[in-house]
Design a protein around this ligand. Structure first.
Ligand code: NAP
Length: 263
């Protein structure tokens, strides 16, 4: 079978470790022949990400998405080395742990601003930073993909301020898709089902959430990160060329459910 991303270069932001959804996406992109560039937030994650990158023969670059200087440096480094990007994956979110456990009504101004900055505004900032190095329209343009969650539009206990951030993220996907569409840059989100990762462990009672989701989902199981990654391949590849401004659910179907009677 031909590789779906052969000849394409992808920038992936948000690998913390082997359990990261961004790592599953990197594995799938590598399998499909993409050349990879991976970013890490800071020195704390440098070694881990470099070790993982070695498995893909990928370049690594530092980038804290809350720092404009880091984003400007990312653009310059990519420009200076003549990189032309076909695909960008934004898999980044953060909220204070207490804002993912106490009642939403108690969210502080600072906690709200932080969650929205890291988890939603950063997509806008990243899109702005990569636009100058995306492939031109006549060379296929490109794809920008972010990861979201059902808590954007439904109340999910303890997801709290992150749900508000995901709502802003999904709205940003639509506005960016409209702005960047004329440059043939597509912007989409995958709404992934719950997966146990470092970020998810910050949500109070996350294991209980996983148990309930597996019982309620039409497929009667949780989401496998590889399923999210394969959908990301589709959106980054030419197969997804007509899709933009979209939120694609890869969640074993749980988003269609209202409520179920307990057994
Ligand atoms: P993860 O492995 O912990 O990844 C989150 C990443 O965001 C980490 O690499 C983290 O780096 C990075 N990050 C946080 N602040 C940053 C900053 N200022 N600059 C650069 N990077 C920063 O968890 P994940 O679950 O795979 O999360 C990836 C995305 O999937 C997130 O948007 C998340 O909301 C979304 N998602 C997750 C699930 C789930 O159930 N796991 C479901 C749906 C959607 P540090 O470790 O250095 O902070």
């Amino acid at each position: 079978m031909p590789q779906l991303l052969a000849g394409k270069t992808a920038l992936i932001l948000g690998i913390a470790n082997r359990w990261s959804l961004a790592y599953a996406i990197a594995q799938a992109f590598h399998r499909e022949g993409a050349k990879l560039i991976l970013t890490y937030q800071g020195e704390r994650l440098k070694q881990t990400v470099e070790e993982l990158a070695a498995g893909f023969n990928a370049q690594t670059l530092a980038c804290d998405v809350t720092k404009d200087d880091d984003l400007a440096r990312l653009t310059n480094e990519l420009k200076n080395q003549g990189t032309v990007l076909n695909s960008v994956v934004h898999a980044i979110a953060f909220a204070e742990r207490e804002d993912l456990s106490r009642p939403f009504a108690q969210t502080s101004r600072g906690g709200f601003a932080l969650a929205l900055d890291v988890s939603a505004y950063s997509l806008v900032a990243v899109a702005h930073a990569v636009s100058p190095v995306m492939a031109p329209p006549d060379q296929g343009g490109g794809s920008i993909l972010t990861l979201t969650y059902l808590g954007s539009s439904r109340v999910v206990q303890n997801y709290n301020v992150m749900g508000v951030a995901k709502a802003a993220l999904e709205a940003s996907v639509r506005y960016l898709a409209n702005d960047l569409g004329p440059s043939n840059i597509r912007v989409n989100a995958i709404s992934a089902g719950a997966v146990k990762t470092a970020a998810a462990r910050g949500i109070r009672d996350f294991s209980k959430m996983l148990e309930s989701a597996a019982k309620l989902a039409p497929l009667r199981r949780n989401t496998d990160p590889a399923e999210v990654a394969d959908a990301a391949v589709f959106l980054a590849s030419d197969l997804g060329r007509g899709v933009t401004g979209n939120v694609l659910f890869v969640d074993a179907g749980i988003q269609i459910m209202g409520f179920a009677l307990s057994e």
